[in-house]
Design a binder for this molecule. Structure first.
Ligand code: ADP
Ligand code: MG
Length: 474
């Protein structure tokens, strides 16, 4: 029965197609209001399964399927809930959230218990036989959920990844994980592999880098083996591709991937992708792929806060059978980097050095060992930092960079500025374009791509960029 919301003096009612008034269906009204306030994706993910109970004391209880949804919704959507309840009831009501006792058993998503410090193991990569032969990548045995330290920057990514591993193809499809380099995307992707294999070793899983996908596609074209290629990719239960942003500028491969994606998706097979940028910011990615990637769950891993960095450092030492003294862990977390890969490198050096010189670790020793990896900056880089280095180096004025002038002596520094701003600040393409004279995001993308290509092709240009980065204080 078609139903629309109708407002009357008495509040909101559901109006059926015949125009008759039904008793106010608070729950439906509530959900419809939520639907108006959030995106369809948010609605499907968080609100679709909420049921509403009216309590005797005039309060409202919302029943959610699991603890994770409860925590997430109450942390991030409490305003929305309050507003939707106010609109549905015509007045404010107190709201409580509870896990629905009748809900199907939740996936293991209790975030309170996910702070895991891992077990001891040796950091050697290993092959997993059940992965499809053509997986070019080996699974690292440490890259498990148990060894993944959860903090505010990655809590959601962790939870979503474990939901995917619990029910491949059923929870979030595709699952698209993005974030800067060294923040744990590959780790989480492999954790999904480990977990799926553990639950069901017969799963046909294909985990590979985007480069491998591209190379295999190209060589199948060259060898007239396209149908074998297609057969292989379109028959897996789970396809995981790391660094999918490398599809940028690969027209033919994008085309092929689009069809692979559709086939798997329509069969209900799980697709997991990682990228250094969200779908719409991957340069030259076809719009139809962008919209496919956004169909499921898009999650960002952010930079870890201090506390998480400390936990990661301790965890990495523990994986190597050692303990980091608190002050050393704090010192390192404070001074080295927010990049987890670099934090890990620091731990390795600290432990190696202290065993070499047979001295216990302390802050003094750490200061010595880590001297050259300590970031000279303590504050975040701003676009002004970037611009002041660029203008000084190229001897141009900020007003030139922001002007409409397009001759090479201005356009080139402008493009470098855009590239550096994108790489080292958290500004969006739109914001960067705005700063450089109100240019739109495609202009910024174009600039970034151009500089990236230049760096790849010419060592001298790569050196120039490094030098500018050093001047910024990186
Ligand atoms: P990315 O793929 O995002 O560039 P990786 O997944 O390769 O980053 O992570 C870099 C290193 O940091 C890996 O050794 C990984 O184990 C470690 N790492 C990243 N995030 C975490 C985390 N939350 N807990 C423990 N280790 C982490
Ligand atoms: Mg990676």
């Amino acid at each position: 029965m078609a139903a629309v919301l109708a407002e009357t003096a008495g509040g909101w009612y559901l109006e059926t197609h015949s125009g008759e008034r039904e008793a106010p269906a608070r729950e439906d009204a509530f959900l419809l209001h939520v639907q108006e306030l959030v995106t369809p994706q948010q609605f499907n993910t968080w609100f679709r399964h909420i049921t509403l109970e009216e309590l005797r004391d005039q309060g409202v209880r919302l029943l959610v399927p699991n603890l994770f949804v409860r925590d997430w919704v109450s942390n991030y959507y409490s305003d929305i809930l309050a507003l939707a309840v106010r609109r549905a009831f015509g007045e404010d009501r107190s709201i409580s959230l509870a896990v629905d006792p009748l809900a199907p058993p939740p996936p293991r998503l209790d975030v309170a218990t996910t702070m895991s410090m891992g077990t001891q193991s040796v950091a050697t990569p290993m092959f997993v036989d059940t992965l499809d032969r053509s997986s070019d990548t080996v699974l690292h045995e440490d890259y498990t959920f148990a060894n993944f330290v959860v903090g505010s920057s990655n809590r959601f990514a962790y939870a979503a990844a474990s939901a995917v591993a619990e029910a491949p193809g059923k929870s979030y499809n595709p699952f698209f994980l993005h974030g800067s380099v060294g923040l744990g995307k590959t780790h989480l992707l492999q954790a999904v592999c480990h977990q799926i294999l553990e639950r069901d070793p017969s799963t046909l899983m294909l985990y590979l880098s985007c480069e491998a996908f591209i190379n295999q596609f190209i060589s199948s074209l060259e060898n007239n083996a396209l149908s074998t290629f297609r057969h292989k990719y379109r028959n897996v239960d789970v396809l995981l591709i790391d660094d999918i942003h490398l599809l940028a500028n690969k027209e033919r491969t994008q085309e092929e991937f689009f069809h692979t994606f559709n086939t798997l998706y329509n069969l209900g097979r799980q697709i997991v992708l990682t990228s250094d940028a969200p779908p719409k910011e991957i340069p030259t990615l076809q719009e139809r792929l962008v919209s496919r990637f956004k169909m499921g769950m898009v999650v960002e891993v952010g930079t870890p806060d201090f506390e998480t960095r400390v936990n990661i450092l301790r965890n990495k030492a523990r994986l190597r059978g050692q303990t980091l003294p608190d002050d050393v862990a704090h010192f390192t977390a404070e001074n080295v980097s927010t990049n987890i890969r670099e934090l890990e490198g620091a731990v390795v050096r600290l432990l190696a050095y202290s065993s070499l010189v047979k001295q216990p670790l302390n802050v003094e020793l750490a200061r010595e060992v880590l001297a050259d990896s300590m970031s000279t900056r303590t504050t975040a880089i701003s676009i002004q930092d970037v611009v002041s280095i660029v203008t000084r180096f190229f001897n141009v004025k900020l007003s030139d960079l922001q002007s409409k002038r397009r001759n090479q002596s201005i356009a080139y520094p402008r493009q470098i500025g855009m590239y550096l701003a994108r790489k080292h600040t958290r500004l969006s393409l739109e914001e960067i374009g705005g700063y450089f004279g109100g240019r739109d995001h495609t202009t910024v993308l174009y600039a970034i791509e151009k500089i990236k290509k230049m760096i790849d092709r010419e060592a001298a240009k790569a050196d120039l960029i490094h030098r500018l980065e050093r001047d910024i204080g990186l």
